[in-house]
Design a protein around this ligand. Structure first.
Ligand code: HEC
Length: 120
C-alpha cells in the first residue's frame, strides 16, 4: 500500500498547481487592474467599470479570454470593451489569467452591498 501513495500525492500536487491560480502572483498582476476596477475590485461607477469581486471565477476567466481573442472589445461601437481589451493583453498566458482570477476570488465582499442607484 505504502508505495502507491507518493506517486498519487505527486500527481495531486501537480494537477492542483496546474488548475489553480496563485493568489499572491495575481495580487501583483491586479495592481494595473485596480486603476479602473478599484482596489477592492468593486468597480468604479463614474468610469463605468464593472465589479469583479464576487463574480464566478469561470466567468471572469472566460471574459478575459474573450477580450484577448477579440470576441469582446474589438468592435468600434464597443467603447467600454475597447478600454478593457488592451488590459487583457497584459496577461501573457493562461496561468496569469488563473492567478489574477484567484486573487479576485480571494477578495472578501462586504456583507451587504449598498445599491449604487435605485432600480426604478
Ligand atoms: C483602462 C481601464 C481598465 C483597466 C486597467 C482594466 N479594466 Fe477590466 N474592464 C474595464 C471596462 C471599462 C470594462 C467593461 C467592458 C464592457 O462594458 O464591456 C472591463 C471589464 C472587465 C471584465 C469583464 C467583466 C464582466 O462582468 O463581464 C473583466 C473580467 C475585467 N475587466 C478584468 C480586468 C483585469 C483582470 C484587469 C487587469 C489585468 C483589468 N480588467 C484592467 C476597464 C479596465
Amino acid at each position: 500500500m505504502r508505495w502507491i501513495c507518493p506517486p498519487i500525492l505527486v500527481l495531486v500536487l501537480v494537477f492542483s498547481a496546474m488548475a489553480e491560480g496563485d493568489v499572491f502572483a495575481g495580487q501583483q498582476r491586479f495592481a494595473i487592474c485596480s486603476n479602473c476596477h478599484g482596489q477592492d475590485a468593486m468597480g468604479i461607477p463614474s468610469i463605468g467599470t464593472p465589479r469583479l469581486a464576487g463574480q464566478r471565477p469561470y466567468y471572469l476567466k472566460r471574459q478575459l479570454q474573450n477580450f484577448q481573442a477579440g470576441i469582446r472589445g474589438s468592435d468600434d461601437r464597443d467603447e467600454k470593451g475597447k478600454m478593457m481589451r488592451p488590459m487583457s493583453l497584459t496577461l501573457p498566458d493562461e496561468q496569469a489569467i488563473d492567478d489574477v482570477v484567484a486573487y479576485i476570488a480571494s477578495i472578501q465582499l462586504a456583507e451587504k452591498m449598498a445599491p449604487d442607484e435605485p432600480v426604478n
